[in-house]
Design a protein. Sequence first.
Lengths: 185, 180
Amino acid sequence: MGIDNVGTSDAELVRRVLGGDTGAYAALVARYRDRLGRYAVHMLGNREDAEEALQDAFVRGYRSLARCDDPERFGAWLYGILVNRCRTTGARAARRGQVFVRDEAALNGAPLPSSVERTELDDVVRRALARLAPEYREAFLLKHMDDLEYEEMARLTGAGVSALKMRVKRAREQLQAILREVERV
Amino acid sequence: MFEGGRDVVDQIIARLRRPVRIDPSLDARVMERIATLPTPRRAGAVTAAWRWLTEPRHVALSPLSGLAVATGLVALALLLPALARRPAPTIHELQFVLVAPHATAVSLIGDFNDWDPARTPMRLASAGGAVWTAVVPLSPGRYRYAFLVNGARWLADPTAPAALDNDYGGPSSVVTVAGS
């Protein structure tokens, strides 16, 4: 990504790509890589699957770019593609029985009191999320991790607002039950 | 493990909101893959109109409008036998040919397949040969088309007239299918 792309709007970059400047797409990839990657990592539970889904989403986004009706909201449009790719990748991973493996490098946040505690807590979070049904995990992450409105979530997932509210509520209840169980052990 | 006095789910949410760093080499892998793809183009007017017509949507009708639609459907049902007696437009099968000895893959793209390289892959006329062919059924009309070689190189048909009203960027050719 060239320095001249910093601050360039999504709409301008999309316009350049559609005009034949393929390189402008690299700026969009760099811009959304980590932001969308966070959803993929937590939804799929391991970095390998998350990067595969993310890469597929970017390639599919490029191929369908002419159908992005509101280029100013390229990120939201691409998010919808990623949600679908994660569903496909997650279903495939579930079939091969390798969902949620340990991935110490996936999280890069504020330091906690000790690395042992951080590892243990991250592991608990990952395992708790893994025990949720995929549609509950998806709704929970979109609502609470990305702070999306229910209308936006409905647009991304194709589910109704009432169904999504129910999924988020059930996800919270199930997580609470799982974590209570973990603390008792 | 969790802080007392604070909802455990809220503590999980706080952890989930921390930034995640994805390996920046992913950018290069994405760009490598898209380098083999044709540049995405805005749909032409015909394609856009077709998409508008075929896209599902909710339509609200008042009872009066519903009655008008029902009347129209009855009239159509009465007219259908007469319409059915009219001859159907003739479909012609056209063979497209490109000589490309060094190509590993060739696609035929044009107005008839929404310029989608996946829809009409061309086949080698003989194994190890250089002649690529594809047969496409077309109704009478004027069509613009081109060949996409190895997924990247856009070629007009050297044996056909060039399209002057080309809005897809690369050079393209024109074929006109006459009515019967």
